[in-house]
Design a protein around this ligand. Sequence first.
Ligand code: SF4
Ligand code: SF4
Length: 372
Amino acid sequence: MAKVYFASARARKWKYGDSMPGKLEQLLKEIGLMNYFSPDEWVAIKTHFGSEGAHRIIRPVFLRKVTDALRRIGAKPFVTDTVRIMGLDYLEVANQHGINHLSVNAPVILADGLYGTDNIMIKAGEIIGEIAVASVIHDVPAMVVCSHVKGHINSGYAGAIKNLAMGCVSGYHRTCGWRCGRGTMHTFGEGELIWDPEKCELCYQCSDICPLDALVFQNEELAWDGDTCWRCGRCERVCQSESISLPGDEERFMHSLAEAARAVMGTFGDKKIIFINVLTEIQPECDCMPTADVPIIQDLGILISEDIVAIEKASIDMLRSSSPLPGSYAQDKKVREGEDILMTLHKKPYMMQVEEAERLGLGSSAYELVES
Ligand code: SF4
Ligand code: SF4
């Protein structure tokens, strides 16, 4: 049975050891980094840099605790993410969120280059075929996957599986285009964007958020450049009147996340990845949105494990046994005590991504929770 180490966000004593950074230090000792990483080994710390306006990412202090712990065993860490908006702009977002070499005591780099096109094709599986894994993720021998747990309009729940699947795959491949990037998880076929002018409120949130200027309104008519579009789905997610969409299938999407996660994990040797799930500032939506709403669930703590399925199951079990916070989107949607909050908010079969990951052999949903 896989061990999942847990430290609660509650601080009951006024001492550093009872703080969250102090507890993360302790968790990193308990899992034993030397069991996974070697002196002089390069270790990627995969996180999400967030988005301009979405500030509820994993705070730099936690990344710093991970780099410090890796340095203590002689490993050489760096912090990384893949391109979501053009690379120079994305590094500036990271910097504004406090993630830089000085704060995390390690280089902060883009895993797939300034344009998001430095990637390597990997065979993934029956659903998504080949995908473009960021070259740095592909080449580095070891990784700590630091995931901010939260909700997500498309995946319902977003944690480690999504961080591997969407977060370690590029948006675009030089010859295969979006079809080998993240877009192939979001949509299929030609991925033709559908716009309903009857429903459209002309709020322009969709064109504002497009990282590629692939959406333009002219005389209140939408013009979409399908050759440029990455099929990233950001426009679809910000549209509150459901007037814009990509062809999608929920079951296919959940299964493709697990397939992509397996492809990424397949570029690492045995026991060369560990997972840290941070259950704080659990907001209803993804950190790639242009803002962050107030948390829907109280801060819970930090989990660490070598087993991606176990840590995802443990995280979800904690979310499911939590209460909806007053004054949040959960209250707007009248989520009741005891209800599955993420399911009520997003109505997505999010457990499918975890069940499929287990079926594909990525880990075990049977876990032992070891509380620190
Ligand atoms: S899916 Fe939407 S937001 Fe993403 S690149 Fe295409 S048009 Fe832009
Ligand atoms: S976000 Fe939706 S409602 Fe707003 S302009 Fe775009 S399609 Fe129309």
